[in-house]
Ligand binder design. Structure first.
Ligand code: HEM
Length: 209
């Protein structure tokens, strides 16, 4: 029987695949920042983990509202509902921080490179994707610290077993809005995603809070 030719689009990258491919090096670099690597150190302490969460909170607080402003109303509602910032705050509360102490934490400056909807979605690709690595981190920390950390893992636990499905919904949203990876918006997304990885790495390298 004659072989059917493959559908033409199977060899074409989706925007999500393009994002993954073109930010691979940035992901590796961010993973290698001491503040992230220390999460897996044998002598990692709860005090260090608290400082790490404070840094992540300062980053999300500074960046998320700028990202939301660059979206249209429909996407803003979707992305606001996906935010993990409240879970991060809950972890800090469970570390004993008061609302006043949390409000006084250093906040990262809003990113100057976010001035379009594709930029915002490119940056969200990084924040959303970090929930996948979060599963690895959550599993490791719960083994490392045991019960002492159970109520301080909301941020990294995220949607738990539903994390991959949740990520898939985000991927579909991007691929539906931007079905062609060769359109200029895809390049804008990649550019913003690369800068976002770098900005997180830079922020984590600044002295601890
Ligand atoms: C030590 C820290 C980290 C580890 C161990 C880690 C690990 C992982 C793992 C296991 C995946 C899933 C790969 C797959 O199954 O497809 C992933 C994906 C991802 N991570 Fe990380 N990660 C870390 C830190 C970060 C950080 C800090 C960010 C950004 C803030 C980040 C952003 C992403 C993104 C965007 C993806 C999705 C890649 C894609 O499929 O398109 N990760 N990471």
């Amino acid at each position: 029987m004659e072989k059917k030719p493959l559908a033409t689009n199977t060899s074409v990258l989706s925007v999500m695949e393009k994002l993954k491919l073109e930010t691979k090096a940035n992901h590796t670099q961010t993973e290698q920042v001491s503040n992230m690597k220390r999460l897996f150190a044998t002598d990692y302490s709860l005090a260090e983990y608290q400082q790490h969460l404070e840094k992540m909170y300062g980053y999300l607080t500074g960046v998320e509202s700028a990202l939301q402003q660059a979206l249209d109303d429909e996407l803003r509602t979707v992305m606001q509902a996906r935010s993990r910032r409240a879970w991060l705050k809950q972890d800090l509360v469970n570390f004993g921080l008061t609302d006043e102490q949390i409000s006084a934490l250093p906040v990262c400056s809003a990113p100057a490179y976010i001035n379009s909807l594709p930029h915002s979605l490119g940056a969200y690709y990084v924040l959303e994707g970090s929930s996948l690595g979060g599963q690895v981190i959550c599993k490791h920390l719960s083994q490392h610290f045991g019960e002492a950390v159970t109520d301080k893992l909301h941020f990294y636990q995220g949607h738990g077993e539903q994390t991959r499905g949740h990520w898939q919904q985000f991927a579909e949203l991007i691929n539906t809005r931007f079905p062609d990876a060769s359109q200029p918006e895809a390049a804008e997304m990649v550019n913003a995603a690369q800068l976002t990885f770098d900005s997180i790495a830079d922020w984590l390298k600044t002295s601890s809070v």
